[in-house]
Write a protein that binds this ligand. Structure first.
Ligand code: NAI
Length: 387
């Protein structure tokens, strides 16, 4: 029997909701391109309910306990003596989420002698030291595609929010004011602008598709070039590298995983090559950009706006400079944790666990590391320190 350690974000400040804003979710059984949404043999939760916080337990407790497994759920993940550190030593499986990442460092993996499987209930497994997982034979899996469209919607919202100066304009209303000039003196139309994405995988391509009707000029760079038919359909300009692309763009959106190729990519030098007054949107991972370089570029006017939902570390400390820098559209890490996305990542986590316990293969597209090497989506989208 296995011990499953699940690290989730805290419950709402007023406790788990007893009612919800809406009664149902749209039924979606395929993602764009044909991949099916998760197909577990069963689920024990109501789609549309809060599943990603501690009391939501990803809807896993009765499934696991009825089979004799032990489930420990906690949000306490930091500092010596945390529940996460205490329970990790004999855990067989760790489940964590990018929104509230349980950082599975090489040191922690070394203490977790029973650890065989690390599941990301979401997408993006950079909170796991993949090199350590590889050398310790730990399988790493995530629920590929479960919240890619959720993030793409957040990106489009943030692009429009920044370019149109929505957030300060809304603040004027909240403050009881009516100074139109204050609101519009930083407000532009997106129409005609050049928009580029760093990576055109599931999220990046969905962003391109959603922005095409705004009559913008679309650009992308990716280590895998898109099919020619897609480039033609969306009138895409492909660039060999991020450095080649960004000087052409008014808006840049980052949609690549965090791995050795992308860590620290947007530093003072690269940001300095962007058009003055460009907007940078990062819902991928905070460490892809240099924290202080972004702050400097906003204060100096090189960037007209920065937005997204990813920080380092998470939760972000109260004095994190991105909370107070000018012209930002930051949220806590929420874009991939809508109630819609939660139903998919809870079901996908259950599907991965069912496969693991049955000894049947985990879907290839869910795999990041298996058998001591990058595998599945991991082999497609990540690199290790060795390359
Ligand atoms: P995906 O695997 O479909 O696409 C990733 C793309 O990045 C691939 O096309 C890959 O070729 C490309 N890529 C990798 N290294 C690159 C490099 N050095 N330069 C250019 N392109 C590169 O993954 P998906 O679903 O699009 O997600 C991407 C990332 O977004 C995740 O790894 C995660 O970090 C982040 N994410 C954030 C969420 C949030 O809630 N804010 C939720 C979901 C994902």
């Amino acid at each position: 029997m296995a011990k499953i350690l699940c690290v989730l974000y805290d419950d709402p400040t007023d406790g788990q909701p007893t009612t919800y804003a809406r009664d149902d979710l749209p039924v979606i059984d395929h993602y764009p391109g044909g991949q099916t949404t998760p197909t577990p043999q069963g689920t024990d939760f109501t789609p549309g309910h809060l599943l990603g916080s501690v009391s939501g337990e990803l809807g896993l407790r009765s499934f696991l306990e009825s089979r004799g497994h032990t489930l420990v759920v906690t949000s306490d993940k930091e500092g010596a003596g945390s529940v996460f550190d205490r329970e990790l030593v004999d855990a067989d499986i760790v489940i964590s989420q990018p929104f509230w990442p349980a950082y599975l460092t090489a040191e922690r993996i070394a203490t977790a002698k029973n650890l065989k499987l690390a599941v990301t209930a979401g997408i993006g497994s950079d909170h796991v030291d993949l090199d350590a997982a590889i050398s310790n034979g730990v399988t790493v899996a995530e629920v590929t595609y479960c919240n890619s469209i959720s993030v793409a919607e957040h990106v489009v919202m943030t692009v429009l929010g920044l370019v149109r100066n929505f957030i300060p304009s809304h603040q004027i209303v909240l403050d009881g004011g009516w100074n139109i000039a204050d609101a519009v003196s930083r407000s532009y139309d997106l129409e005609g602008m050049h928009v580029g994405t760093v990576a055109a995988g599931r999220i990046g391509l969905a962003v391109l598709r959603r922005l095409a009707p705004f009559d913008v000029q679309l650009h992308y760079t990716d280590r895998h070039r898109l099919p020619e038919a897609v480039e033609q359909e969306l009138n895409l300009t492909w660039h060999e590298s991020t450095a080649d692309m960004v000087p052409h763009c008014d808006v840049v959106t980052i949609n690549a995983p965090l791995h050795p190729e992308t860590e620290g990519l947007f530093d003072d030098k690269l940001i300095g090559t962007m058009k003055r007054g460009a907007y940078l949107i990062n819902t991928a991972r905070a460490k892809i950009v240099d924290r202080d370089a972004v702050d400097r570029a906003l204060r100096g006017g090189q960037l007209a706006g920065y937005g997204g939902d990813v920080w380092y570390p998470q939760p972000a400390p109260a004095d994190h400079p991105w909370r107070t820098m000018p012209h930002h559209a930051m949220t806590p890490h929420i874009s991939g944790s809508s109630l819609s996305a939660q139903a998919r990542y809870a079901a996908g986590t259950r599907e991965i666990l069912e496969s693991y316990f049955a000894g049947t293969p985990i879907r290839d597209e869910y795999l990041i590391v298996e058998g001591g090497a990058l595998a599945g989506t991991g082999a497609h989208s990540y690199s290790t320190k060795e390359g």
